[in-house]
Design a protein around this ligand. Sequence first.
Ligand code: UN1
Length: 496
Amino acid sequence: MQLSTILAEIGLDEATLRYGTLAVRSPIDGALIGNVRTHSAAEVDGAIHSAQQAFDAWKLVPAPRRGELVRVFADILREHKEALGALVTLECGKIRQEGLGEVQEMIDICDFAVGLSRQLYGLTIVSERPGHRMAETWHPIGPVGIISAFNFPVAVWCWNMALAVVCGNSVVWKPSEKTPVTALACQKLFADAVAQVGTVPPGLSQLLIGHADVGAQIAADRRIPVVSATGSTAMGRRVGPVVAERFGRAILELGGNNAIVVCPSADLDMAVRAILFGAVGTAGQRCTTTRRLLVHEDVYASLVPALKKAYGSVRIGNPMDPGTLVGPLIDKAAFDNMQAALGSAGGQVTGGSRVLASEFPHAWYVQPALVEMPEAARTVQHETFAPILYVYRYRSLDDAIRLHNDVPQGLSSAIFTNDLREAERFLSVAGSDCGIANVNIGTSGAEIGGAFGGEKETGGGRESGSDAWKGYMRRSTSTVNYSTELPLAQGISFDL
Ligand code: UN1
């Protein structure tokens, strides 16, 4: 699909991509997609003001009616799934299947949020006092700031937006400066939904394009009570303290260093397929990408050669081609980081070199790398956002779990085993310390129904399903006295 066809399908005016100062290039071939206008500090301030005004009106709209807007948006996404999915591929380089999958993830979270719009339940609580009733009510909280990364340029915004909007909030979105065009497309489609529904306050969804300074301004602004930020741990270290200093709430979804443990009883064919998708899918550029593989010594000799064979036959190339499984890295900096990590890996490297350089001299395609680590090596501590899989051999599950948890990050994890005891132990408090722990499926590709996020340097935030919506609302605890007495809690006597 050509850019002009995509833009026409979505209804995004090509002129939007003509007059800005931010040059956007496709990682597929380095070609210019367009020049996009960035927002000044004054414009950011104005957008936050509009979001505040929209919030004041939107919070009074009954939640099921707020859900109606998200329902209409999901229908519009269904209609434009092909075009938006293609634009995702063009701008961030993930393969067509994954571009479409990302739009599907938007649709799924919208559907979830529509149901949620009738289920923003609070507890009723028994009171210790006679003739009293206690209850919790969840209220809209205010404009929600969303800072998102290049690798999921549309879905992560939608996880946050869909929940925030049914919860009665407005949103202020700063996408990655590498992927502003998909953001403009989302904003256009959202505007279509607003127009179709009719009674939505203007300014409910704000899009702010720019560099880190725009994110910093959102993080520091007291009018934004919740800031949801997805990206590197380094980014989270900058955003988190600024939000905390003003007692805002940060939902942080930061780096991962995700591992799969393969046990002696594992179905190895299944494990190879899951490891391959987890480690080389999205060219290793998911926060849930499998970065470490812990293999029991009894199956090492069967699993690792099978995996190397699979690595050897994976199709690398233009992500628009239906046969491609691995597209390009986002840019040269990503390639350089990968080479630096491989240079200091301390193990035996297979793959990792640049490919297709003559066909795509201005793009960065790589052969995914496997690094077999020596026995005594400490597990790698850093996340490199590229397809590098570090492989370790282990003897006992105790060792594997120790190695597994010996990293600063705690996002996603998986075990391949047919032994119930091993599986349950991995999921127990004595097992994986991650926010996501799986059995017989890989580390990436989570469904939206579960809460998504992780512990330690991953930031502790939860987005998407389960009760993550509570992060986008404020809780009010009420005690109602319907008696004619005024007993005090804890039996305190305070009579004249
Ligand atoms: C991310 O990389 O920031 O579980 C999000 C997954 C996807 C989301 C990844 N559903 O891999």
